[in-house]
Design a protein around this ligand. Sequence first.
Ligand SMILES: Cc1cc2nc3c(=O)[nH]c(=O)nc-3n(C[C@H](O)[C@H](O)[C@H](O)COP(=O)(O)OP(=O)(O)OC[C@H]3O[C@@H](n4cnc5c(N)ncnc54)[C@H](O)[C@@H]3O)c2cc1C
Length: 256
Amino acid sequence: MVEVEGSFVKVEAGMVLGCDGVGSTVARKAGFDMEGYEVIPTVQYIVVNCKIEEQDKAHFYLGNEVAPKGYAWIFPKGDGVANVGIGVRGKPAKSYLDKFIKQHPGMFSKAKVVEVKGAPVPIGGMVKELVKPGVAICGDAAGQVIPLTGGGIHSSITAGKIAGELAARAVLEDAPQLMEEYPKLYEDPWGKRIYNSLKALRAIEALSDDELNKLAEIITGEDIVDLARGLNIQRVAMKFIKHPLFAMKLAKKLLS
Ligand SMILES: Cc1cc2nc3c(=O)[nH]c(=O)nc-3n(C[C@H](O)[C@H](O)[C@H](O)COP(=O)(O)OP(=O)(O)OC[C@H]3O[C@@H](n4cnc5c(N)ncnc54)[C@H](O)[C@@H]3O)c2cc1C
């Protein structure tokens, strides 16, 4: 049943794709196995009159004081405008974001928040079940987000494209079994990366602030990008395999 202008209409479809975001109604109603699905609260402000150096860079702030088991970000947009946001776990996101802004008067003493957005982001990795007879789920609905960054636009679009094309063929060719190809076709571009990035997230979130500071001294930009994207995490693991602290706390977990 679909609600249209206040009344319910019965709609029939050869195939239903649930691309309806976090807390997907389709996933819930169709009884998908959502084990491991985990969301964190995020809040993002659009802020004007900021004074941010290095306008051409995205800025990330980690640490249990700043953003418990998450991070704060500043995306400069030019002309003193920036997206300033935070994602945390188990704590109220907005109060941590307000504290973060107060603690950086150099950037924000004259700043004004002009827009507030908040939404949960699924960071627990992709759910195991993507397809059931006559229905499939894509994007945030299926946890197809890179866990370490919370980025899900690119990975969700790819899922929608793969599932959409298969669904069209499945209906036109009366071949519903084609939908079984969706998880397989998704695995190579994104499924593995989401899984690897989740491993990196689990390892990094277990580090104390002291350990994060030590890691910051030896990790390179390339390492961070590889971990965040879930690419080449074995290369990063091998770099830390003989380190007295990070062999166990990072390398072993990345290689597991
Ligand atoms: C604050 C914040 C910042 C982010 N920043 C980034 C970023 O910089 N880069 C990045 O890659 N990702 C980012 N993300 C994540 C990204 O936005 C999502 O992963 C992505 O939008 C998921 O796309 P989706 O189509 O699966 O879900 P959505 O974008 O949530 O779309 C789902 C759609 O379904 C509709 N819908 C739901 N239920 C119903 C219903 N019953 N009937 C009709 N329509 C319905 C919703 O209205 C919505 O339009 C951010 C997320 C947040 C919260």
